[in-house]
Every structure is written in structure tokens, then in C-alpha cells.
Design a protein around this ligand. Sequence first.
Ligand code: SAM
Length: 320
Amino acid sequence: MSREKVPPELTEAGGVEFHHVPVLLEEALSELCLVPGMRVLDCTLGGGGHSLAMLERGARVTGLDVDEMALEAASARLGGFAGFRAFRVNFGSIGEDDWMARIGPQEGALLDLGVSSPQLDRGERGFSIRRDGPLDMRMDRRLEVSAADVVGEYSESDLRRIFFEYGEERQAGKLARRLVQERDRRAISTTGQLVEVAESVLGRPRPGKVHPATKIFQALRMEVNAELERLQSGLEAVFELLVSGGRLLVMSYHSLEDRCVKQFITERLGRCRCPRGTPICVCEAKPLLKARGKAIVAGEAEVKANPRARSVRLRVAQKL
Ligand SMILES: C[S@@+](CC[C@H](N)C(=O)[O-])C[C@H]1O[C@@H](n2cnc3c(N)ncnc32)[C@H](O)[C@@H]1O
């Protein structure tokens, strides 16, 4: 891509090291039914692993990401493909401003949700339980509220709600109370300090088991990045961009996301919504899509090679 063609939202390639192994790559390519020239919207560009494979098969890819580090790395990797362009925008906001017109109709769309390996692995991003760093967790560093702000300023009842709803943490109340007590004594501004407080309530990690603070980190990340709200509005906008016959692929990594995707699909299958016992259907529900019945999960070999694939669920729908 020549310098002039680089959209303003795309950070220049700067030799950023970014290593993320794309999950369910072959399955995603096959479900997209790629043909040369096909327009695909990669809503979660990350390191560009899925996009690279699509471009290599002749697709034209528009990549979106909110993380400048991901965009920089992906542009360095994919900038040589004439059919590639990228924008720094939240997929949950593309229904706003003139994004729909700028992106244009698409034959396929992929959402590979959550964070990338580099976001998780770099302590300074604040997503990692195992690497100490500032309690940040913003995928988009233009956001004003970080995880430290949430922990430092939210009321006890709001913290409890977030831990319970987004983390499905049974000890949400106890943890919220302890955090509020602790923050009155000292600011909780690093991931290490949060882990310490979480462990004092939830217990120490046991070898081979998921760290007890995992759900709390997930809950804070979802709150900071408004992940469920963005997913809902993003699905609606992306679906609108798809042409008839276009395919929507969503990879989720936890049950709350997957539930949201499943509900989005189910509501558009055109199932009758009349109350039970209504003799003739009056709701006039029309199918807007057809869907692959079951979610696709990763096989044993992929999980062994890439533990991130352990929890993935890929749902596929085709617009009618
Ligand atoms: C799991 S990674 C994608 C990896 C990518 N498929 C690959 O193969 O390299 C998810 C990426 O989506 C981005 N992301 C998450 N939520 C987003 C949103 N609402 N809008 C735009 N980008 C988002 C994250 O910043 C991250 O870079």
C-alpha cells in the first residue's frame, strides 16, 4: 500500500512485534466460502492472521481494530496487499457517522472477539494476571476510563454487579466489599495489587488450575471496554452491511459473549413469536438469516498447540 493510500486511522508500520496465532483458521476460511475478489470485513484485525489468509486467497479485506498497536502490526504485515485497508474504529460504532458508507457492502464478516496474545502478554497493557503492570485494560487507549478508575471510583454495589454479571463470580459481594476497604487504605493501581486483594478473598492459585482472579479480570475488562454493548450494536451494524447470501462468523471465548451471539442469530431465524395456543400465526415473523446449528469448537490438536483455542465457539449465519 502506498503512503498516500494509508487511511488516517491506520498507524504507520513501525516494526511492532506482534505474535498471535489465529484460532480456527481453516474452519473460518471454509465457512466464509471465500472466492477471489470477495469483500470481507475483519472486525477484529489483531495481528492480521485471519486477514492474511483471506488476502492470500484473493479476498479484499477491510480490517477494523481499536488498538493502535494491532493496527500498526497488521499494516506492516498486510500493507503490501492491494486489496487491504484498515480503520481504527470500534466495530460497535460503525452504525454511527458515515462508517457504513465508508466500509460499504460486504460478502463476509468475521468477529474474533476478546483480546489478542500481545495485549494479554504485555504487562503494561494491564490485562494480565501473571504480569504486573498498571491496571489499565483499555483496548483503545483513547478511552478515558481504565480498570484502575473502575476499581478506585465505582461504588461497592456497582463493583458487586460487574463481578457478578460479567464475571459470574459467586463471591462478588465479598470481593467488592474487600476492594472498597482496601482502596481506602491505598490506591489499587496495578494488576499485582488487584491480584493480591482477589487472592485474599478467593484463595491462592493452585497448580494446573485457572487462577481464581480470572473472572474478576474478565469482568473489569468487559466493563472498561463495554464489550457486551459493543457486541450487540456491532452485530446489528455488521449484519446490515452484509449482502444477501453474505456470511457472518463470530468467535466467542466466554459464555456471556456466546449467549449474546446465539440470541442475535435465534431472533432472526423467523421463528413464530405468537403466544402458545394461538391458532393461526399473526406475528408474521420472517427469517432474516439461516444458521449453522451448532457452534464449531477447536479440535484437540489445535488446543494443544494453542491453549487460547480451548474456549472458542464459532457461530456462523448466512443472511437471506
Ligand atoms: C482475538 S484478537 C483478533 C486476532 C486476529 N483474528 C488475528 O488473527 O490476529 C481481537 C482483536 O480485536 C480487537 N477488538 C476487540 N474488540 C473490538 C471492538 N469492539 N472493535 C474493534 N476492535 C476490537 C482487539 O483490540 C484485538 O486486537
